[in-house]
Ligand binder design. Structure first.
Ligand code: TYD
Ligand code: MG
Length: 458
């Protein structure tokens, strides 16, 4: 293509796949009806740039000679937020905060701004979605802000760039990337090229001016507005804010992090005055557990370094359909079917004519094999209509022959259960050695699901 010539291409608005012609389905992410034509301007070829780099006398350096300097982070004092980031916001980093519209992204970031401004950091919040009055109304619910917090409503990136360069904030919030536009790109705000180009400019700003930048990105369903997935590879850190809108609980999850691990989650509760941290998620996850009900079993999963108790619910009942219904909420559907097949074969329990539903209470989505044994116990308990002891904790991975396999961090899981008043637990035999010094809770070790069922139902 000739240099500087404007032309057009089709982009998948879900994942950013580029094609020269329109397609009904994206070959990369399999979404239907997601291609939109966008004009693109071809910039000068990169080959010229690299030739310049060689002639400018740049040389590789030895890794040993590079000094890393002390790692600095802006801790927000919102522990649940800091933990997900690995200790706080890194200066000069670019973070994407994705989530469904209305989940609480703006609220979360406003609270982060409040804390940082209170510590004397210069914070600039640029909104393309709400008026100053609307932001003020939300801020009033959250509390007092210091004079270090400044607001701007703007969508033109050229203007934003100028303002940022003159204001020189230490922290910059862009709410949201889908409303921003760059005059040099001809497509509409929210399209893949606009969103990418805008992020590129913000990335430059963040690195050159050393500004910690947080970008809000809405997860979109309709496919005409580019989603945050398009940007994941461009930014340093990707966080997703998830949860049921009907539910008050929200989970902040790290998906990518160049400055820390991605295993950690932060749990929040949406309240009258913004988001409140939930420091002990186990308590809320099992708070609604019915007493003496069949099909309800408590297990312990790990989220990063944090053990979390979780109620597994199962309902097994005779089917009224040709093909029995199976449904999984919060857990892997295929895993649930596999575990049902193991029960059917190894325990000779005829589940083929039964509807089955499995639900992880509290709106959590957990795909950890350590929850297997609890799913099995819940299914068996519901099928037999015999409850599992309310004070019993169950965990372990289940294999295809019905064997119960060991899991990582068994001790932490048991201690979390003990802390919340559980008096006994069923754990894999393979973990027995690590648990010899655990006191105050009765431990049953099992080698297979038959042994486990005998313990809970004898
Ligand atoms: P918001 O942060 O605007 O969501 P997003 O930026 O992700 O689109 O949050 C919107 C929801 O949060 C809205 O339904 C109202 C609710 N909310 C509260 O319940 N309490 C509060 O204190 C605040 C500020 C919002
Ligand atoms: Mg918002």
């Amino acid at each position: 293509m000739a240099k500087g010539k404007a032309s057009s291409a089709f982009f998948c608005q879900n994942c950013g796949y580029e094609a020269s012609k329109w397609m009904g389905q994206c070959p990369a992410c399999r979404t239907w009806n997601c291609f939109v034509e966008e004009r693109i301007t071809v910039k000068s070829s990169p080959a010229a740039g690299s030739a310049k780099a060689v002639s400018s006398g740049r040389k590789p350096v030895e890794l040993k000679a590079v000094t890393s300097g002390k790692e600095e982070r802006f801790a927000t004092e919102i522990e649940e937020f800091d933990r997900v980031l690995g200790g706080g916001i890194v200066p000069g980093s670019l973070t994407l905060v994705g989530g469904d519209p209305g989940i609480g992204k703006s609220t979360l970031l406003l609270q982060v701004c409040q804390k940082l401004a209170a510590k004397g950091k210069e914070v600039l919040y640029i909104s393309g979605e709400e008026s100053l009055a609307q932001i003020k109304m939300r801020a009033d619910r959250i509390g007092d802000f210091t004079e270090h917090f400044k607001l701007l409503t703007e969508v033109n990136l050229g203007t934003i760039s100028d303002v940022v360069k003159s204001e020189k904030p230490e922290v910059l919030i862009i709410d949201s990337i889908q409303t921003m536009y760059n005059e040099e790109v001809n497509s509409a705000p929210g399209s893949v090229s606009q969103v990418r180009e805008s992020t590129g400019i913000l990335m430059q700003l963040a690195k050159v001016e050393n500004i910690a930048t947080l970008i809000v990105g809405h997860v979109t369903k309709e496919g005409t507005v580019a989603g945050p997935r398009v940007l994941e590879h461009m930014v340093d850190t990707v966080l997703y804010f998830e949860g049921d809108k009907q539910d008050i609980y929200r989970i902040l999850r790290g998906v990518k992090n160049r400055f820390g691990s991605t295993d950690e989650i932060g749990v929040f509760e949406m309240g009258e005055a913004g988001l409140i941290q939930v420091k002990n998620p186990s308590e809320f996850l099992i708070s609604g557990k019915p007493e003496g009900a069949s099909g309800s079993v408590v297990t312990c999963c790990m989220e990063g370094t944090r053990p979390m108790l979780l109620e597994v619910q199962a309902l097994v009942c005779d089917t009224n359909f040709q093909i029995p219904r199976r449904q999984a909420a919060g857990c892997d559907f295929n895993r649930m079917n596999l575990l049902m097949a193991v029960i059917e074969k190894r325990m000779r329990m005829p589940l083929g004519r039964e509807d089955a539903y499995v639900n992880f209470a509290g709106g959590m989505r957990i795909f950890e094999p350590a929850t297997d044994l609890a799913v099995v116990m819940a299914l068996v308990s519901s099928y037999r209509n015999k409850p599992v002891d309310d004070d019993m904790l169950v965990f372990g991975e289940v294999g295809l022959s019905g064997e119960v396999r060991g899991v990582a961090m068994a001790k932490q899981r048991i201690l979390e259960g003990r802390k919340l008043g559980f008096t006994s637990c069923v754990v894999p035999y393979a973990n027995a050695k690590q648990l010899t010094d655990v006191e105050g809770i009765k431990i049953y070790t099992v080698k297979n699901i038959m042994e486990a069922v005998n313990i809970i139902h004898d």
